[in-house]
Ligand binder design. Sequence first.
Ligand code: PEP
Length: 256
Amino acid sequence: MRQLIAANWKMNKAGKEAIQFIDEFKKLIKNIKYAEIVICPSFTALNEIKKSIINSKIKLGAQNMHFENSGAFTGEASPLMLKDVGCEYVILGHSERREFFTEDDELINKKVIAALNNGLCPILCVGENLEQRKNNKTKEVVEQQLRICLKNIDKKQMTKINIAYEPVWAISRGDPNHKAATPEDAEEGHKLIRNFLEKMFDSATAKNTRVIYGGSMKPENAKELLSMPNIDGGLVGNASLDAKSFAEIVKSAKLN
Ligand code: PEP
């Protein structure tokens, strides 16, 4: 499978800055073969970016979504709206949504189902925080997140789902010097996820589901992380804000 390299811009880059990035980035990735590239900008930049990525290798994703198609939900964007603006992907269950906007696994499950029903590919984020890791709860926490977030999903639907293993303690929160998980620690998390997918579904599903790593991935560590056998790509926050850095990461991708 092709590795998926997705940019999570979080609440950064309004229209003009976003387009400047795309113009520069497109030139840098002309010869890319192996990566599937997704950019997830803010809602307000989606429309402009959609126009600027026509005939390029870049696909569009959103960072969040409501589970209803329409209704009285002030401030929300629906799956239909994301499709309408050209999104193919949507990040769901990011730890910042869980922590700052009180999203729980049950809500995320509704969003995963709504995304699939509307032809969007979820990038479902799971991962333990530092305290949970220190208390040896990683396996329990990640398995519980997967169990609930993937409730009522069948094997066929799983072919559209990407899982992002994002240990919360490794996420940079904008600090370029923040430490990523070591490739070995990341690999262990990915294996845990794959083993659980095998239990929950079957071995083919476990093998074929893309499990990508997120947490301080940058040009300096991308190659090593992406060369681990169970790491099928990256979800990149801070280092995706700079076209050169993100292009370097994209160039580190390979076929898995
Ligand atoms: C993220 O929050 O999805 C992320 C991976 O951020 P960063 O790369 O900045 O750690």
